[in-house]
Design a protein around this ligand. Structure first.
Ligand code: UTP
Length: 290
């Protein structure tokens, strides 16, 4: 099934990154030299997404500017003959009209953010991508779309038992084909004792239009927020719900540890600096200094 639209909820406060995120969106934090949100947009584009819908909030205008022309910069690069850098700055722009922005007026939760995009979505399934969940390879949402048939599909991964209370956790059903598991139940941020498994939902979803009707109820769940997972859970039994166990490494860039790990990993893979970085790391950490 062709899915043309993706929602990028970027309305959260990013309190775990204060003070960095006081006036700068968390989603603009860079991994090596690219903001998180650009990785998310590239992953969507790679999956054939044509309409990119951002749910923003106050103080997030740098995201809009990032995906627009910067004439002063481009002119400067042109005058200085920096063709490759100019290409980098221009290539990330999409065709006019393919980016849309709606405001979430208060950070009432991920479900609320997704609901804020409802008028831009018709009677079609839509992808939802959380930029702070960085999954290497830029292929996960494509693989999900390729395997999607109906209902709701969520990206899932195994987490350590001690971490279940930070995630939506699924009750797995039977294993279907291509790394897909039937989902029989879903609970947001359960205690370790109440967690039905250690299979957690991470920030890639394909949701059916009926989810917007569920979110319309504005029911508050864990952390007193309107939770996307609760809306999806309410649809289990009415429609298919499945989990896609992606293969690539994922970094929780909403946490400082995950963010630093992603930067180290991707820096070590960057041809531009991997040699020098490796040499420095070896000298600094393995020559008996620490
Ligand atoms: P998080 O759960 O990481 O929340 O949101 P947060 O507010 O961004 O960060 P912390 O916990 O305060 O540090 C996951 C994703 O959902 C979006 C966020 O922007 C992030 O991309 N989100 C969350 C919204 O768009 N609106 C919300 O009300 C909550």
């Amino acid at each position: 099934m062709k899915i043309k639209k993706a929602i990028f909820p970027v309305g959260g406060l990013g309190t775990r990154f204060l003070p960095a995120t006081k006036s700068m969106p968390k989603e603009m934090l860079p991994i090596v030299d690219k903001p998180l949100i650009q990785y998310a947009v590239e992953e969507a584009a790679n999956a054939g997404i044509e309409q990119f819908i951002f749910v923003t909030s106050r103080g997030k205008s740098s995201i809009e500017n990032h995906f627009d022309h910067s004439y002063e910069l481009e002119n400067n690069l042109l005058l200085k003959g920096k063709k490759d850098t100019l290409k980098t700055a221009q290539e990330m722009l999409k065709i006019p009209g393919s980016f849309a922005y709606v405001r979430q007026q208060e950070p009432a939760g991920l479900g609320h953010a997704v609901w804020c995009a409802r008028h831009l979505i018709g009677e079609e399934p839509v992808a939802v991508i959380l930029a702070d969940d960085l999954i290497k390879g830029s292929n996960t949402i494509k693989e999900m779309i390729d395997n999607y048939k109906s209902g709701n599909m969520l990206a899932i991964m195994d987490v350590e038992k001690k971490d279940v209370s930070s995630y939506g956790i699924i009750t797995p059903g039977k294993f279907l084909e291509n790394n897909i598991t039937e989902i029989l139940g879903l609970i947001e941020k359960p205690s370790i004792e109440n967690a039905p498994s250690n299979m957690a939902v991470v920030g890639r979803y394909i949701i059916e239009p009926a989810i917007f009707k569920e979110l319309e109820k504005q029911n508050r769940g864990a952390s007193n927020e309107i939770q996307l997972t609760d809306a999806i859970a309410n649809r289990i039994g009415e429609t298919d719900c499945s989990g896609y166990k992606f293969k690539e490494e994922r970094f929780d860039c909403g946490s400082k540890l995950g963010f630093i790990q992603a930067n180290i990993k991707l820096s070590l893979e960057s041809t531009e600096m991997n040699k020098e970085l490796k040499t420095w790391l070896k000298k600094e950490f393995f020559d008996g200094r620490f």
